[in-house]
Every structure is written in structure tokens, then in C-alpha cells.
Design a protein around this ligand. Structure first.
Ligand SMILES: NC(=O)C1=CN([C@@H]2O[C@H](COP(=O)(O)OP(=O)(O)OC[C@H]3O[C@@H](n4cnc5c(N)ncnc54)[C@H](OP(=O)(O)O)[C@@H]3O)[C@@H](O)[C@H]2O)C=CC1
Ligand SMILES: CC1=C(/C=C/C(C)=C/C=C/C(C)=C/C=O)C(C)(C)CCC1
Length: 320
């Protein structure tokens, strides 16, 4: 009986004590890779989609700190202004600008790009960061399944419209924020809009695989232009991404200690945007500020070309 009591007491005291002592080490492990580059960006123009919150906002903060003119492209102007105000105040960089962009509407994307090209002369870094996850079945203004429409097609069209400007501003970089979740993705050409079969988790995975394939084909086509394209996994980050699922929101809150903060999650985006050693690196996929393993689907040139052509058809654009 006494033995039993001692064991139970031991567990209740030792386990929390061990966890408490290990906490700083666990946190350092969870935080992952850090971008160590000291590159300054004075005179450079950076655009980040979905930079009003989460990973995008922290990426904007870091790049503003380096002196860049930062365009926060977001769908909610009030949220965008709040983020920009905070970043301007913290960094002292007044060149943080908010522009309206709804990636779930090709009309908004075209208006945004037209407005940008009329006002700005150069674009050196484009970070396609905005994303949605676990949405109940819904469609964009143009009838695309929401994950595919926002995460892939919206950024595909945006990049197409800005590409000439990026080429004129070379050296320039395109950074596509994908995910480890691309490993679970498939490009279901027979049912791209998920009308026959839809799973909200898988729909996200498919769209993140599309990000990897888009980057691969884009990089191939941009060889020799001075514009690079890379994709990345930011890590598992405590952000608003899980907002559509009550269960995931609860799990995210409960286990937030084991998730990266948005600032930690922004490190690989910043790394891909500024690291000197990536100047001519293109078509790669990173995680924790180093190259990472891409799924066999994500390494298929054939699949990348087919997705490219289908994306052009869906968007009614000719991109050779
Ligand atoms: N958090 C994580 O663990 C992981 C995140 N990622 C990726 O990182 C990226 C950033 O996500 P994260 O910061 O975590 O998520 P958040 O939900 O915090 O941020 C997503 C951003 O995307 C914006 N957005 C959503 N829909 C649209 C739209 N139609 N038009 C314009 N902007 C839109 C949101 O705007 P609003 O605030 O108005 O909704 C918000 O600014 C995403 O691409 C995500 O897939 C990848 C792997 C893991
Ligand atoms: C297993 C498990 C967790 C980890 C989930 C992870 C690691 C999710 C990663 C999601 C990604 C990569 C999303 C975006 O692309 C929690 C919630 C911490 C606690 C409960 C058990």
C-alpha cells in the first residue's frame, strides 16, 4: 500500500517537475530553424498576401525591419491597417502599405494587380502566403472550390499578372508558402472542384501540393530571368488557420506550447526571401530554413505541367 502511494506521489511530482525542467529545451526544439541573414532591404519592394495576421504579418514585420517597402495584400482593410500601424510603430518604417486583395475573386485580383502596376515601378519579392484550411464546402466568386481557388488558383493568377514587373526588377524572388500537408495531397483532375467527393482536410492537402507543383514548373520556366521561385513549410504554427474547425481550434489552444509562434513560423519565409546563399537557388522546397523532402507527387514534372495547363484553362489565361 505504502509502495503504491509512493509511486503515485512520485509520478505526480516527478513528471511535472521533469516537464518543467525540460520546458526551455522543448520550446527551443519546437521553435525550429532561424533565419540568420542580416540582409538589408532598403529600396526593395516586397508584397505579402494575407499579411494582416499570423505568419504573413510576422514576415511583413521582419522585412519592414530590414528597410523594405512592404505591401500588405489582404481582403480586410481594417485588419490590414491595424497590422500595418503596429509594424510601422515597432520598426519605424513608414513604408508599410495596405492594399485590398481578395484571392477568392479573380476580379479583385485583377483590380489589385492593375492598381499595383499603376502605382509601383518595381517588385523584388512576392510572398504568396495567404491561405485557408478546413473550410466547409464552398466556392469562390468564380466557382472554384475554396482551398484550390484561394491557395492555388488565386496566387497563380496574381503571379501571372505581376511576373513582368518581377522580371523587370530582377534579381527578384517568388516565395510560395506551402505545407508538409502537401504529402497527403493528390491532383484529382477528374474532380478538381470536389463536386463528386469532398473532404475538407484533403482539399487543403491537394491545394498545398498544387503550391509545390506550381513552384516547380514556374522555376523551370523562369530559368535565366533572374527571378527565382521556391516553396516552403513554415512548421506547425499557432495561428488563425484552424478557425473553421472547433476541434482543431481547441487542440491548437491546448497544445499551443508545442506549436511555433507566428514569428517562429515566419523564419523560413524570411529565409527564402532574403538569404544570400539562395540568390540563384530555385525550384526548391524548404522547412526550418533548410531544404526539405518533397513527396513523389510534388517531384513530378509531368504533373506540374498538366496542372499548369489546367490552371491556365480554368483562369482563361495564356501563360507560355
Ligand atoms: N499555421 C500552420 O500551422 C501552417 C500554415 N501553413 C500555411 O501558412 C500560410 C499562412 O497561414 P497562417 O498564418 O498560419 O494562417 P492565418 O489564418 O493566421 O492567416 C491566413 C491569412 O490568409 C488570409 N486569407 C484567407 N483567405 C483570403 C482571401 N480570400 N483573400 C486574401 N487573403 C486571404 C487571411 O485573411 P483574414 O485574416 O482576412 O482571414 C490571413 O491574413 C498559409 O498558406 C498556410 O497554408 C502551412 C503549414 C502549417
Ligand atoms: C498530433 C497532434 C497535434 C499536432 C498536429 C499537427 C502537427 C498539425 C499540423 C498541421 C499542419 C502542418 C497544418 C498546415 O499545413 C496537436 C494539435 C499539437 C495536439 C494533438 C495531437
Amino acid at each position: 500500500m505504502l509502495n503504491c502511494l509512493a509511486t503515485v506521489l512520485g509520478i505526480f511530482i516527478c513528471v511535472p517537475l521533469l516537464l518543467f525542467m525540460a520546458a526551455p529545451y522543448i520550446r527551443r526544439y519546437v521553435a525550429g530553424g532561424v533565419c540568420k541573414s542580416t540582409t538589408k532591404l532598403n529600396g526593395k519592394v516586397v508584397m505579402i498576401t494575407g499579411a494582416n495576421t499570423g505568419i504573413g504579418k510576422e514576415t511583413a514585420r521582419d522585412l519592414a525591419q530590414r528597410g523594405a517597402r512592404v505591401i500588405i495584400a489582404c481582403r480586410d482593410m481594417a485588419k490590414g491597417e491595424a497590422a500595418a500601424c503596429e509594424i510601422r510603430a515597432e520598426t519605424g518604417n513608414q513604408q508599410v502599405i495596405v492594399k485590398k486583395l481578395d484571392l477568392a475573386d479573380t476580379k479583385s485580383i485583377r483590380e489589385f494587380a492593375e492598381n499595383f502596376l499603376a502605382e509601383e515601378k518595381e517588385l523584388h519579392i512576392l510572398i504568396n502566403n495567404a491561405g485557408v484550411m478546413l473550410c466547409p464546402y464552398s466556392k469562390t466568386a468564380d466557382g472554384f472550390e475554396m482551398h484550390l481557388g484561394v491557395n492555388h488558383l488565386g496566387h497563380f493568377l496574381l503571379t501571372f499578372l505581376l511576373l513582368e514587373c518581377l522580371k523587370q526588377s530582377a534579381p527578384a524572388r517568388i516565395v510560395n508558402v506551402s505545407s508538409l500537408a502537401h504529402h497527403g495531397g493528390r491532383i484529382r483532375f477528374h474532380d478538381l472542384q470536389g463536386e463528386k467527393c469532398y473532404n475538407w482536410g484533403l482539399a487543403y492537402c491537394h491545394s498545398k501540393l498544387a503550391n509545390v507543383l506550381f513552384t516547380r514548373e514556374l522555376a523551370r520556366r523562369l530559368q535565366g530571368t533572374g527571378v527565382t521561385a521556391n516553396s516552403l513549410h513554415p512548421g506547425s504554427v499557432y495561428s488563425e488557420l484552424v478557425r473553421h474547425s472547433i476541434l482543431m481550434s481547441l487542440l491548437w489552444k491546448t497544445f499551443s506550447f508545442f506549436l511555433k509562434t507566428p514569428r517562429e513560423g515566419a523564419q523560413t519565409s524570411v529565409y527564402c526571401a532574403v538569404a544570400e546563399e539562395l540568390e540563384s537557388v530555385t525550384g526548391q522546397y524548404f522547412s526550418d530554413c533548410r531544404p526539405a523532402y518533397v513527396s513523389p507527387q510534388g517531384r513530378s514534372d509531368e504533373l506540374a505541367k498538366k496542372l499548369w495547363n489546367v490552371s491556365c484553362e480554368l483562369l482563361g489565361i495564356q501563360w507560355d
